[in-house]
Structures are given as structure tokens and as C-alpha cells.
Write a protein that binds this ligand. Sequence first.
Ligand code: HEC
Ligand code: HEC
Length: 291
Amino acid sequence: MPVPASSGHRLLRIRNGLLMRIFIQRQRIRARRSTLGGSAVVLALLLTIGAPGAAAQDHAGQYEQANIEFGARLYSANCVRCHGEGGAEIAGVDLSSGTFARAESDPELMQLIRRGIQGTAMPPNDFSRTELTGIVSYLRTMRDVDLSAVTLGDETRGRGLFAGTGACASCHRVRGEGPRTAPDLTDIGAVRTAADLQASLLDPTGSMLPVNRPVRAVLADGTVLNGRRLNEDTYTIQLIDDNERLRSLDKADLRELAAATTSPMPPATDVLDEQGVADVLAYLLSLKGLD
Ligand code: HEC
Ligand code: HEC
């Protein structure tokens, strides 16, 4: 059964709305600074903080999208069987309401989830700090989250496919294992949303980030180097070439330097079926760094 995850478009829109307001406010502050002086600046700042509008009453803007999605997955795996998809299966408990009878602050909520509730069916859980942050982010935003856009599969199967049929491990490195020719994915689940990752899998070229563009450099003697850019400044570029050697090149010595706009990565659907893509996606989201 596919486990739904959040698309979060609405959340993003809310957050962007808030950012836009802050931006506009800043512009106004700048405009006033030149005409009215210091007191107006302070007033404008107070207005920004004091009148955040609907966005802040909604819990949405406070929680990271990646955490919400991670939490949604943990919720599906650990909580749905008692609390239900919508969070209201247990009489008198509605997890989607965003407020809780037995916990007020986020730390209290984390403690409750870790310890369980003695004398009731609510079990203790052995979650890491990162996992608790995810679950709480999801619980607090549950009623705002649209659970339909991205399909997440089985993380364990996904790990198998990553190394096996998917051949992902032939290019990507995870937790110190694998080649350095493609981006290291050790913390990819912490820095990208489920929707971003799905786009990368289905359409690598269309969703390639500029920083990940493969570079081709031609040295003065005609040698061609293909590789992945690690660093670049005005005069030099550092790259990992196809033989996994770190090269630092003076741009002045190069005959040619170009970044490709097509990704060397094949779409995941070349080697995996729909379920396989969902499984690998669940695995990628579980990669949160070396903790
Ligand atoms: C085996 C069933 C079961 C599982 C699994 C379970 N819960 Fe519960 N949970 C309960 C019951 C029953 C209560 C109500 C306890 C009471 O107050 O009588 C509860 C209460 C809660 C409360 C307190 C609600 C409030 O308003 O104070 C929270 C929060 C909560 N659960 C979160 C979770 C989360 C998050 C998970 C998954 C990590 C989870 N639960 C897994 C049975 C379960
Ligand atoms: C032939 C080598 C190759 C294979 C096989 C490959 N990738 Fe990639 N992948 C790359 C390269 C190179 C990039 C960087 C360029 C880009 O973003 O398309 C990349 C980018 C990515 C990104 C985006 C990284 C970011 O920073 O956002 C993800 C996620 C990813 N790959 C996952 C996978 C998964 C999962 C598989 C297996 C189904 C896979 N890749 C198979 C070479 C490969």
C-alpha cells in the first residue's frame, strides 16, 4: 500500500506569503529610513512582529517542509494503526487539532511521544531527536497538509533497490560508501523535500541544480577532463574527475571550460517500476546525515 506523504504546496505558499510580507515591510522600512528617521524604523519593526496575520496562527510557517514530510512517514509507520490517517480514531483524542490535552510546548509533546502514557495503550517510543522533530512538525501541521502528491514506498526495499536493480550506488556515495563522481546523498533527505527528490528521480535533467552540472574542461595539451565541480572561484576550479581524482585547475591554463545542461543520470523509471521509485524515494528521505 502506498504511504501518502505531503505535497505541501499550500504550506510553501503560506510561507512565501509571509516572506513576501516581510520583504515588503523591509522595503518600506528602507523608504522610511531616508525620510522619517529612526523612530519610524522601530515602529515598522514592531508592526511586522505584532501583526503577523493568518500565516503565524497557522502553525505552518514554523516547521520545515522536509521535517513535516519525514514526520508524515514516521506517523504512517508508527501511529496510524491506533490514531488513524486523520488522527482522530481514538475517542476524545484528535491529533490533527494541533493542540493537545497532555502537552503544550513542542518539548513536552516530544517527551510524551517518547515516554508514552502509562496506564493507557499509548506506548513509549525509542525515537531519535531528529525523528521526534519530524513527528512533532507533522502533528502540528497535520490538518494543513495535503497527503496526495508524492507516493512513498518501503524504505527497506528502497535501500535494496538503491544498491541493486536501481544501480544508484554505482554513481552515488552514501555514508562513506560508493564513488564520488555523483553528489553524495548521505543527508539528501534532510536538505530536499519529497517532491524535489521525486522530480530528481523522474526527470534528472529537468530538475538538475546548477551546482550539480557536470563540467568538461580541456587542458592546454588537449586532455579532456569530465567531472563534478566541488568549488570554483574567479581564477580556479576544483573538480572530481571521472577517475575520482581531485583536480584543481587554473582557469587561465584551460582551453575550454563548460558545464553540461543534461544530467548523466538516467531517469529512475528506466530501471524501476512505479513501486520501486516509491520505495527508493522512502529510502532517500530517510537519509538525514551521519547521526
Ligand atoms: C497502540 C496504540 C497507540 C499507538 C501505536 C500510538 N498511540 Fe498515541 N495514544 C494512544 C491512546 C489510547 C491515547 C490516549 C491515552 C489517554 O489519554 O487515555 C494516545 C494519546 C496520544 C497523545 C496525547 C493526546 C493529547 O491530546 O494529549 C499523543 C500526542 C499521541 N498519542 C501521539 C502518538 C504518536 C505521535 C504516535 C506514533 C509515534 C502514537 N501516539 C502511537 C494509543 C496509541
Ligand atoms: C550514471 C550515474 C548515476 C546513476 C546510475 C544515478 N545517478 Fe543520481 N545523479 C547522478 C549525477 C551526476 C547527479 C547530479 C546531476 C543531477 O542532478 O542530475 C545526480 C543527481 C541525483 C539526485 C539529486 C541530488 C541533489 O543534490 O538534489 C538524486 C536525489 C539522485 N541523483 C538519486 C539517484 C537515485 C535514487 C538513483 C538510482 C535510482 C540514481 N540517482 C542513479 C548520477 C547518477
